[in-house]
Unconditional design. Structure first.
Length: 380
């Protein structure tokens, strides 16, 4: 089993070796198998998985710097690390012994799982339109998902489907669906602005049959299964945005030292220095917010609203940081020769992952209103 790599080794792998595959990632929208094997050999997929399942068992505080490092490379890099080190959680919390056994393969990189929640015609909560209907000892799945990551390679999909018509919080159920089920079609034609190599796809279920043993958790626990990943995931994405911001800042500092106008590097000009200062300030604030959520986890406290707060702030932060970076690069930054061009596109994926900004705002606002109402009751 691979031991814990140093942070330097991890950073070097994702910002150099992984990055050399960028032309292939852009052309095929798939990560080559040899690159996945190299990441597995590095230990990238086992960082947070418990030791009894073949992982390294890192605490989230120790893990996040590695995730930030992966996020300094291409978007597919941080997605691979993020997904593998997050999706074992619902399997261990809700899975059967057979489902939990898959986590060992996830640590090794021999088994892969993705999360299938998002739909074109519905939200991502109790209004899910994909249906699961009882059929003997199993279920028939009908419906469609879209923007499902790494659908080209994964062995299983955690599919969230409605199991009754009430549209209540307990109206949805989770299933661990193998990719080779009859009546399950994977359409890899969906391409995205950035995140090359992540192979987003449409999933179509036309009466696909799965045995009841494929159910993940109890009937009606679908949202609980989803949120066992989503809370972690929102914090994880905030950390990724900090890492990507650091890469954007590094590229900007290096370019503005090289770029000379009227006999002076533009890094010496106040207008450019203002961009760099704003970038540094935004990144530092985002990193501090991420650390504050980790403090809550250390204390064993709920962090749902705080993770949403961190994701909301950091997605606005990475937008501002990459805007500053592109502006400081000038016209060169708009060409595919510049790393910032790819970083700029990859950053926009955060607008939609694990809920849009508006979804995060709703989560945060509900928490604030409940907290303030409780405070008023307590003071009366």
């Amino acid at each position: 089993m691979a031991g814990l790599p140093t942070l330097g080794e991890f950073t070097e792998f994702f910002t150099t070796q992984f990055e050399t595959y960028l032309p292939e990632l852009e052309r095929t929208d798939q990560v080559p198998d040899e690159l996945i094997k190299a990441a597995a050999a590095l230990g990238a997929f086992r960082l947070t998985i418990p030791r009894e399942y073949g992982g390294l068992g890192l605490h989230v505080r120790d893990y996040l710097p590695y995730l930030e490092a992966a996020a300094m490379g291409p978007g597919a890099a941080r997605m691979l690390v993020h997904v593998a080190n997050g999706l074992w959680r619902p399997l261990l919390q809700f899975g059967t012994p057979a489902q939990r056994a898959i986590v060992q393969g996830m640590a090794e990189g021999s088994q892969r799982i993705t999360f299938a929640l998002t739909e074109r015609g519905a939200g991502t909560g109790r209004d899910i339109e994909t249906r699961a209907v009882r059929d003997g000892d199993g279920w028939r799945l009908t419906g469609e998902k879209h923007l499902i990551t790494f659908a080209d390679k994964v062995d299983y999909f955690i599919v969230i489907a409605a199991t009754d018509d009430r549209k209540a919080s307990d109206s949805v159920t989770a299933f661990l669906v193998p990719r080779d089920v009859e009546g399950f079609d994977i359409d890899l034609s969906q391409r995205t602005m950035g995140l090359a190599g992540t192979a987003h796809a449409f999933l179509t279920f036309t009466g696909a049959y799965v045995d009841d043993s494929a159910r993940l958790g109890e009937v009606g626990q679908g949202l609980d299964v989803a949120f066992s990943f989503l809370d972690y995931s929102r914090l994880s994405l905030a950390a990724c945005m900090v890492g990507m911001g650091r890469r954007a800042l590094a590229e900007t500092a290096a370019y503005t030292e090289r770029r000379v106008t009227f006999g002076k590097a533009i890094a010496r000009r106040q207008a450019i220095q203002m961009h760099i200062a704003d970038m540094e300030t935004d990144i530092a604030a985002g990193a501090a917010l991420v650390r504050s959520v980790v403090d809550l986890i250390d204390a064993g406290e709920s962090f749902t609203a705080d993770a949403a707060t961190a994701k909301l702030y950091c997605l606005k932060m990475i937008g501002r940081v990459t805007d500053h970076a592109l502006q400081a690069h000038g016209g060169y930054g708009f060409t595919t020769d510049a790393a910032i061009e790819r970083i700029y596109r990859d950053a926009r994926g955060f607008w939609f992952e694990e809920g849009t900004a508006e979804v995060q705002q709703l989560v945060v606002a509900r928490h604030v209103l409940q907290r303030e109402a409780a405070a008023r009751v307590g003071s009366s």
